[in-house]
Design a protein around this ligand. Structure first.
Ligand code: PLP
Length: 286
């Protein structure tokens, strides 16, 4: 079955999906995006992802090309046409195509594209069962990482460095020695008292939707959450470390820069939170 992509009003075979060479997403990373998990035939936490998209668009002063209802329809349709039961839906909006000029063009329509893809369920299950290694790297990104833009070159370089080091994810560390986030995930630890610790979202990280929902899951499970900065040393000494993102929801970390975390196996807090996550997350059936 050929994959289907939505581009500016049309569902087309992915190999025929095109945007202009002069699209500002292409030339300036002048675009924002979102990605939601699809689980058992439903889009997960779509409302919150649309809220964050609205915020990203507003920060860049891009006007959404369609209503939330229309966007929801397109995303469900892309998932349905690609027959994705478990995987993710990805969509992005650029400011549009215009002759190259750094300043904003006038009178252009935003470019909207959306795709959906099935997940390798077995590989994801194995990562969850065994946990993953991570490396740490200096955070060399711009200050506005709270906006979910497609300007992800530092993230891509960091992920590649992780792969080359035999690790699954790269965790960024700020100039003061505090962990910010992974190249495509938020980072958490469980401290000696059994509290969940994660960096405040005011500065230095993307306010992950999975992060927000996980706080509700933790509250429902009676697990205290502390929002504070933490160091790489604290991460290495933690009872548990894990990553959260819409794609993987929650992925345990078993080593940091080659040093084993706790006993080197995924922990029980991560297991509980992951098990309960979809009881609390919202579902939009495809
Ligand atoms: N931080 C970064 C840099 C990300 O790219 C992502 C997800 O793509 C996240 C955090 C997690 O965000 P969410 O839970 O909304 O997927």
């Amino acid at each position: 079955m050929s994959r289907i992509t939505y581009v500016n009003g049309r569902y087309v075979p992915s190999r025929e999906a095109v945007v202009s060479v002069e699209d500002r997403g292409n030339q300036f990373a002048d675009a924002v995006y979102e990605a939601c998990q699809i689980k058992d035939g439903a889009i997960i936490d779509l409302r919150r992802h649309l809220d964050r998209l609205d915020r990203s668009l507003a920060e860049l002063r891009i006007v959404s090309p369609m209503s939330r209802a229309a966007m929801t329809h397109v995303l469900r349709e892309v998932a349905r046409r690609n027959r994705v039961e478990n995987g993710y839906v990805y969509w992005q909006i650029s400011r549009g195509a215009a002759p190259r000029d750094h300043a904003f063009p006038t009178g252009v329509n935003p470019t909207f594209t959306a795709t959906a893809k099935s997940l390798d369920v077995a590989a994801a299950a194995l990562r969850y069962e065994k946990g993953v290694p991570v490396i740490t790297l200096p955070d060399n990104r711009w200050e506005r990482v709270d906006i979910k833009t497609v300007g992800l070159l530092p993230n891509a370089l960091a992920k590649q460095a992780a792969r080359e080091a035999g690790a699954f994810e790269a965790v960024f560390v700020d100039a003061d020695g505090f962990v910010t986030e992974g190249s495509s995930a938020n980072v958490w630890l469980v401290d000696g008292e059994g509290r969940l610790v994660t960096r405040p979202a005011e500065r230095g990280i993307l306010r992950g939707i999975t992060r927000s929902v996980l706080m509700e899951v933790a509250a429902a499970e009676g697990v205290p959450v502390v929002e504070r900065r933490f160091t790489v040393a604290e991460m290495k000494a933690a009872r548990e470390v894990f990553l959260t993102s819409a794609g993987a929801i929650l992925c345990p970390v078993v080593s940091v820069d080659g040093e084993t975390v706790a006993n080197g196996a995924p922990g029980s807090v991560a297991a509980t939170l992951r098990r309960r996550f979809h009881d609390i997350a919202e579902r939009t059936p495809i």
